[in-house]
Ligand binder design. Structure first.
Ligand code: PLP
Length: 353
């Protein structure tokens, strides 16, 4: 049969959902509780304060919503805007496309700013729009995906804030941090982000949809603070760099075309035209119990994605990179086995590639 679990552990390298650390799994294994007991506010009070730390905010109000990233999108929009409001929204890949689709279906006036997939948000276009809107203020919000998971592109949020400030424009800055927060540098207060949202199944390394008990979040945050949030971000940079060095050593191209926008949580790898990237993903699963991300929409068949986020260490990633090499060889790509894994040794010298 095509899709059955092979022996051993599944190597989960889709860009979310990611591995759940064992302590987090154990933390969820509990009896139901009396939700009116003093134990619940004692837990949530700490949690709400801790959540602020991963968003780097002291002034923001955290909301824990049992929903998916898609649900958080909707909540961010419907709680801050009214139908008919104009939103400038950047289209740079499949997730920004889906958010825009939701914005349109919710009845907002969506002013789409599109870039080629593989490039970041077109900030020159934003500047033109802000200039035209400098007095009328018809733009009520700017919506941006910090890290486009489909293409492995990270947008420069500080630059968006600088533009809004340069025109003293009051538009709200709404940020999808689903595949960035807790893995990439994110500063809600400093960058004047009005609404930032994330998902539990990405860098927080929790089950999808925030799980059933709050205890998993408590433990997931404990693990992050124990390592240190800045160290977690540095680790993601190391793992992202290692992946990019491997891709380069294989002679393949990164879908993201701008070095400053390379994502440290996901790398989308462009395959040569004679290979169908969906075959790579299928073969990886079937032969090696390795889960990779598919190319989405415009990128279908052209890219596969390696997720390198969450509770993950170097040897785990090297296992994935070895697996990708074997898959590439199996599908007829002339890869030198070991080249990607060997390239990773340079990460101690290179900070960001
Ligand atoms: N935003 C981004 C950047 C994502 O990567 C995803 C999912 O991969 C979503 C939103 C949607 O999240 P969910 O699948 O939890 O609805």
């Amino acid at each position: 049969a095509d899709y059955v679990y092979g022996p051993g552990r599944n190597h989960l390298f889709v860009p979310g959902p990611v591995n759940i650390p064992d302590p987090v799994i154990r933390a969820m294994n509990r009896q139901n509780e009396d939700y009116r007991s003093p134990a619940i506010p004692a837990l949530t009070k700490v949690l709400l304060e801790d959540v602020k730390k991963i968003f780097k905010t002291t002034t923001g109000t955290p909301f824990l919503i049992p929903t998916t990233g898609t649900g958080a999108w909707e909540s961010a929009l419907t709680n801050t805007l009214s139908p008919g409001d104009r939103i400038v929204s950047f289209l740079i890949g499949q997730f920004s496309l889906l958010w825009i689709d939701q914005q349109q279906r919710l009845g907002f006036d969506v002013d789409v700013v599109e870039s080629d997939w593989g490039r970041g948000a077109d900030l020159a276009a934003l500047e033109r729009k802000l200039r035209q809107d400098a007095t009328r203020h018809t733009i009520k919000a700017v919506a941006i995906v910090h890290n486009e998971t489909a293409t492995g592109v990270t947008n420069d949020l500080a630059a968006v804030r600088r533009l809004l400030d340069a025109y003293a424009h009051p538009a709200l800055l709404l940020v999808d941090g689903v595949s960035s927060i807790c893995a990439l540098d994110f500063r809600m207060d400093e960058w004047g982000v009005d609404v930032a949202l994330t998902g539990s199944q990405k860098a927080l390394s929790m089950p999808t949809g925030m799980g059933i008990l709050l205890y998993d979040l408590h433990t997931a945050l404990d693990l992050i603070f124990e390592e240190g949030l800045d160290n977690v971000i540095k680790r993601h940079n190391r793992l992202g760099t290692a992946t990019r060095l491997a891709v380069e050593a294989w002679g393949l191209k990164n879908c993201c075309r701008k070095v400053e926008c390379f994502s440290d949580t996901v790398t989308a790898v462009v395959v040569p035209p004679y290979i169908d990237s969906a075959e790579i993903v299928k073969h990886a699963w079937k032969r090696y119990n390795l889960s990779l991300g598919l190319g989405l929409n415009k990128d279908a068949g052209k890219v596969f994605r390696i997720g390198h986020l969450g509770n993950l260490n170097e040897l785990q990633l090297l296992g994935c990179l070895s697996g990708v090499e074997m898959v590439l060889k199996d599908v007829g790509y002339p890869v030198k086995l070991g080249s990607g894994v060997a390239a990773r040794r340079r990460t101690s010298r290179i900070r960001r590639l």
